[in-house]
Ligand binder design. Structure first.
Ligand code: BT5
Length: 281
């Protein structure tokens, strides 16, 4: 299925079944930066949507490669909620992103907390064996608070849609790369925004929906946290988005960190699934 340039994405906001105004840009530095500007001017319930980003941002000052043909969306909200609840929005966005990928036939899963990946089809099978999960989308949530309440929240989602995997960092893939053909970005963007709005309206459904699409639960993981590295088996995710990891020293609750999925290569050892390419959350 081919789409006609950016035209399809440009109209994604028309008759959207979600309570947002959509501001579309063919190209922009960063949709998160624009959403923050809108927040500063008092706006809310706005989506900044773009086909290309020239200075996209990841977490912790990392960059986000944003070639033309992608879907870059930042949703600006002003929820009346405690700041501590903010991670749940990242989980909702991850679920919505998986649903959007599924809308064009790409099976994706969530790597805690903010990566959407396409997993190797069957571990141990074929050339994919050592590649592990390939990152097809990432999420960056930014907040501003007054006291312990949120003033605003921006959840930024970057989906590698009609871009060549070769234009992306190692370990990344795109919807085009997975399907072998371009996708129509309009239904992908609409599913993304509509699924997000549906989950956001029913927060109690978010954790269950996340668990159903999690690649991390049940996996051996290594998580680098501000307090050191924790390795063990990921057993669950709990409100507002913390990962529970069973370690030899007991169960740990991890609120933030860089998570690597590990796989056993022989009875005595483990190695990164990413075959030397570091994959961070
Ligand atoms: C993320 O950060 O995964 C969050 C990315 C959020 C991007 C969206 S796009 C719309 C909105 N506007 C913005 O400016 N940002 C948001 P993190 O977990 O820190 O991952 C960043 C790392 O992923 C980089 O250091 C690269 O290794 C890798 N990476 C960069 N670009 C990528 C891409 N297009 N696809 C896959 N991996 C990428």
């Amino acid at each position: 299925m081919n789409e006609n340039g950016a035209a399809s994405l440009a109209t994604a906001g028309e008759e959207l079944d979600a309570p947002y105004d959509v501001e579309y840009h063919d190209t922009i530095a960063s949709t998160n930066d624009r959403a923050r500007e809108l927040a500063a001017s008092g706006a809310s319930d706005v989506v900044v949507l773009a086909s290309e980003q020239t200075r996209g941002r990841g977490r912790r000052d990392r960059g986000w490669t944003g070639p033309s043909g992608g879907i870059y969306a930042s949703i600006l909200l002003s929820p009346d909620r405690p700041t501590a609840d903010a991670p749940i929005v990242t989980l909702a966005a991850a679920v919505a992103t998986v649903r959007a990928c599924e809308a064009v036939g790409v099976d994706a899963a969530i790597k805690w907390p903010n990566d959407v990946i396409v997993e190797a089809e069957a571990p141990g099978d074929g050339a994919d064996r050592d590649r592990g999960g390939r990152k097809v989308a990432g999420i960056l949530t930014e907040t501003q608070s007054e006291g312990d309440r949120l003033s605003w929240l921006v959840v930024g989602i970057g989906v590698n849609a009609n871009v060549e995997p070769g234009e992306l960092p190692a370990g990344a893939t795109s919807l085009r790369g997975e399907r072998g053909t371009d996708v129509d970005r309009r239904p992908v963007a609409r599913e993304l925004l509509e699924a997000f709005a549906e989950l956001w309206a029913d927060p109690d459904a978010i954790l269950g929906a996340w668990r159903d699409r999690a690649a991390t639960i049940g996996r051996r993981v290594r998580v680098e946290t501000p307090d050191g590295t924790i390795a063990g088996r990921a057993v669950d995710v709990v409100h507002p988005g913390a990962l529970l990891v069973e370690t030899p020293a007991g169960r740990r609750t991890i609120h933030a960190g860089e998570c690597t999925h590990l796989r056993r290569v022989d009875p005595g050892g483990e190695q990164d699934e990413s075959d030397g390419t570091r994959q961070e959350d």
